[in-house]
Design a protein around this ligand. Structure first.
Ligand SMILES: Nc1ncnc2c1ncn2[C@@H]1O[C@H](COP(=O)(O)OP(=O)(O)O)[C@@H](O)[C@H]1O
Ligand SMILES: O=P(O)(O)OC[C@H](O)CO
Length: 493
């Protein structure tokens, strides 16, 4: 049977998606399932790993049915995933010992403070490119080993395995045969030395994590194993990257200085820095970029925790909208926010502030402020936070970006994209296919199995659908942004 398709699994924070791509990198079919979010305490966020697997595997069956293709026409499955989210499971039974601790979860703040007190921050910064913040997997693993009864002893006896979601999915797909991750995901764990490309023994010791629970690290573009999931023989599992690095690759930002911003649950601005691991002096992270080869490439990254999730908050907690897309309609009904600013520091602030103790606030309410102003302020907050990242990146690199490639669920919102261009004074480029995260995973998988032969072949497979050009005056931009900075300052812990 000729292999005509690549399927990408895009396991995000709010939903699991499976997308079938053909040889032209067109989307043939898509299937998506949301899954449960658990908030057991303020600032804590969990997922059920079994529900993640069930939602992801069912999207595969569904997407093949929608595309009307048999599983044996699939050349490979590529994987991209929410990063940092931590699962520990029993090697023999496959049962998770606890829920997955999600990247947004703040429960390991105290462990971070402990490590800071031990003077570890500089070592972490220099060797992992990260900071001591509960965002990253390492302290989530420590929390699980400290708090789940018997976990440390079981880990020491070699009975448990750790994985981020990529690792968990490959392990499930291969029925427990393959325990693997890639450098982009490994570089988010706090345990991976981004210069040597190995797990770092000093950090494993400091966090008291047995090396035996860690997966093997293989290149992002490689064949990891095969799966019987489609029920029609073996399909290769090949190519994986954390979702932000997959989006960078899917946007074909593969050379120094190329950048993209993804608007999903969070917002993630990444700039490729080639073979150079640039150290930020303005609150950004150094991370590994995905590429077609085995050599390590790097990126600078700014991560904002509440991007599209701010819109979910308007919908689920305030009941101001019924659907995320309603925000565009309501925000456009008013000329401005009437001075209302929302700082969505609901789980603290990420880059460039790194303030886990900050909390959200709504400022500037007057008697005439209504739902439209609050909704507009929520969308503007997403763009303001992205400007914070862009400014930090410009300071680190000494150059200002003129163009920004965008992707992710929220970029369909024209109001948001226009405001982003206005407030940053940068041209915002929206691609024809905004599923660039999945496309990045598909490219990695397709290159790994020879479905596509080279970067040259995939280079022309993405096109721009719309350019958003800045339209406000420099004075207005400066006025609006100064008030945002003031609002952020008032939310700091
Ligand atoms: N039209 C829209 N306007 C603003 N936000 C939107 C819109 N559509 C979706 N979103 C937001 O985008 C996010 C979903 O994007 P997605 O890329 O699927 O996220 P993830 O990969 O993190 O699960 C949600 O947080 C949702 O609130
Ligand atoms: O699920 P997303 O797309 O918001 O991405 C989550 C990030 O990978 C967290 O670092």
């Amino acid at each position: 049977m000729t292999k005509k398709y690549i399927v990408a699994f895009d396991q995000g924070t709010t939903s699991s998606r499976a997308i079938v791509f053909d040889h032209q990198a067109n989307i043939v079919a898509l299937s998506q399932r949301e899954f449960s979010q658990f908030y057991p305490q303020p600032g804590w966020v969990e997922h059920d790993p079994m529900e993640i697997w069930a939602s992801q595997s069912s999207t595969f069956t569904e997407v093949l049915a929608r595309a009307g293709i048999p599983a044996d026409e699939v050349a490979a499955i590529g994987i991209t995933n929410q990063r940092e989210t931590t699962v520990i499971w029993d090697k023999a039974t496959g049962k998770p010992i606890y829920n997955a601790i999600v990247w947004q979860c703040r429960r390991s703040s105290e462990i971070c403070e402990r490590l800071k007190a031990q003077g570890l921050e500089e070592y972490v910064r220099a060797n992992t490119g990260l900071l001591l913040d509960p965002y990253f997997s390492g302290t989530k693993i420590s929390w699980l080993l400290e708090n789940v009864p018997g976990a440390r002893e079981r880990a020491q006896r070699g009975e448990l395995l750790f994985g981020t979601i990529d690792t968990w999915l490959v392990w499930k797909l291969t029925e427990g045969k393959v325990h693997v991750t890639d450098p982009t995901n490994a570089s988010r764990t706090l345990l991976f030395n981004i210069h040597t490309g190995q797990w770092d023994p000093k950090l494993l010791e400091a966090l008291d994590i047995p090396a035996a629970i860690l997966p093997e690290v293989k290149p992002s573009c490689a064949v990891y194993g095969s799966t019987l999931i489609g029920g029609h023989g073996e399909i290769k599992v090949a190519g994986m990257a954390g979702d932000q690095q997959a989006a960078l690759f899917g946007q074909l930002c593969v050379e120094e200085g190329m950048a993209k911003n993804t608007y999903g649950t969070g917002c993630f601005l990444l700039m490729h820095t080639g073979k150079q691991a640039v150290r930020s002096r303005h609150g950004l992270l150094t991370t590994i970029a995905a590429g077609p080869g085995a050599e390590l490439n790097y990126a600078l990254e700014g991560a904002v925790f509440m991007g599209g999730a701010t819109v979910q908050w308007l919908r689920d907690e305030l009941g101001l909208i019924r659907d995320a897309q309603d925000t565009e309609y309501f925000a456009s009904k008013v000329e401005d926010t009437k001075g209302v600013y929302l700082v969505p520091a609901f789980v603290g602030l990420g880059a460039p502030y790194w303030d886990p103790g900050a909390r959200g606030a709504l400022f500037g309410l007057s008697r005439g402020a209504n739902r439209n102003h609050i909704i507009r302020a929520a969308l503007e907050a997403i763009a303001y936070q992205s400007r914070d990242l862009l400014d930090a990146m410009s300071k680190d690199c000494g150059v200002s970006l003129k163009q920004l490639k965008v992707d992710g669920g929220a970029v369909v919102n024209d109001f948001l994209m226009q405001f982003q261009a206005d407030i940053t004074d940068v041209e915002v480029l929206r691609p024809r296919l905004t599923e660039t995260t999945a496309m990045g995973a598909a490219f990695l998988a397709g290159l790994a199995v020879g479905f596509w032969q080279s970067m040259d072949e995939i280079k022309h497979k993405t096109t721009i659908e719309r350019r958003f050009v800045p339209q406000i005056t420099p004075e207005k931009r400066a006025f609006l942004y100064a008030a945002w900075q003031d609002a952020v300052a008032r939310c700091r812990s």
